[in-house]
Ligand binder design. Structure first.
Ligand SMILES: [Zn+2]
Length: 319
């Protein structure tokens, strides 16, 4: 009985122990699972946080790159618009007077030593014949940058210039600074008028030109670069000057003064291109010419006409 009870009791205690054991095991398993779950969850949260940080950092850097591109584009937009408007302008005047083209000069030649280029602006005039006579007498050549509006009635003078071996260049039709320098189109229209008038008078198309006031002056400041670019594109060559005879200044200089300005100025420059004038009021220039020619030729100089192969003398564009 005792045994049975004991057995019973033993059975009962064993049963209780097993029950306690299994309860503890379950509790431990649950605890372990809970800890594992917390670890996994914490790992997940940390990973998520790290990932979102990376994503945010990536997005921020993308945003910065985009903003930089936007800033760069905004900065160049005005330039692009300006370039486009220039292109449109250029295209519009490039198509004007398509026949007004010159065979481009393949290469410019430095002049032979002791060569002088005498240039007469603003003719033809009442004094042109006197100038031509003096050149003929000395057997020297020169260049005439003529004004288109002065040609009518003086066609014979232009023919004579060509026949006697001189060069005719364009010095605009109107010589009106306020009109010609208003736009490229205005300059081209005036230039074309002169181009045609010269051809009609003497049968030769000019290939060189000189700007009234020189290539850089206060009137042409806004447009001279485009005018120069367009005329160079068409093959024309322009010449400023390296020696002034001072006959264009307000003071009326004597023939002796003009002669001295030329003969003293010529040896000082590498390519002597001398500015003289052929106008109604420039009698003293015509009077000075025989003395200038004899002085130059006696010191070993030869006066030659400009052609579009002579290396140009041009003013600086720096402003
Ligand atoms: Zn002039």
């Amino acid at each position: 009985m005792i045994l049975r009870r004991r057995r019973y009791s033993s059975y009962t205690s064993s049963y209780r122990r097993r029950r306690r054991l299994s309860f503890g095991t379950v509790l431990r398993v649950v605890l372990v699972l809970a800890v594992l779950a917390v670890i996994v969850f914490a790992g997940y949260m940390v990973r998520k946080a790290l990932l979102s940080d990376q994503v945010i950092a990536g997005l921020e850097s993308q945003n910065q790159a985009l903003q930089q591109q936007v800033d760069e584009l905004s900065a160049i937009v005005p330039d692009v618009q300006f370039a486009q408007s220039m292109q449109e302008q250029t295209l519009s005047y490039q198509s004007l007077y398509p026949e007004m083209q010159v065979e481009p000069t393949p290469s410019f030649a430095a002049p032979a030593a002791n060569t002088v280029y005498l240039t007469f602006d603003d003719g033809p005039s009442k004094n042109t014949a006197t100038v031509l006579d003096a050149l003929k007498a000395a057997n020297q050549k020169a260049t005439f940058f003529v004004i288109g509006k002065n040609i009518a009635g003086n066609e014979a003078l232009l023919k004579r210039m060509v026949d006697e071996g001189h060069t005719i260049g364009i010095h605009t039709y109107s010589h009106d600074y306020n009109a010609i320098y208003t736009s490229v189109e205005a300059y081209l229209e005036d230039f074309h008028q002169t181009y045609q008038a010269i051809y009609n008078a003497c049968g030769v198309y000019p290939t060189i030109f000189r700007f009234p006031g020189g290539s850089v002056n206060s009137y042409s400041r806004g447009v001279y670069q485009q005018i120069i670019a367009e005329l160079l594109r068409r093959g024309f060559v322009y010449y400023d000057w390296s020696v002034s005879s001072e006959d264009a200044t307000g003071t009326r200089y004597t023939a002796a003064h003009i002669t001295r300005a030329v003969t003293e100025g010529v040896p000082k420059v590498e390519i002597p291109i001398v500015l003289l004038h052929d106008g109604v009021e420039k009698k003293t220039t015509a009077q000075a010419l025989p003395g200038i020619l004899s002085s130059l030729t006696q010191t070993g100089y030869t006066c030659a006409p400009l052609t579009n192969t002579v290396k140009p003398v041009t003013f600086n564009y720096a402003e």
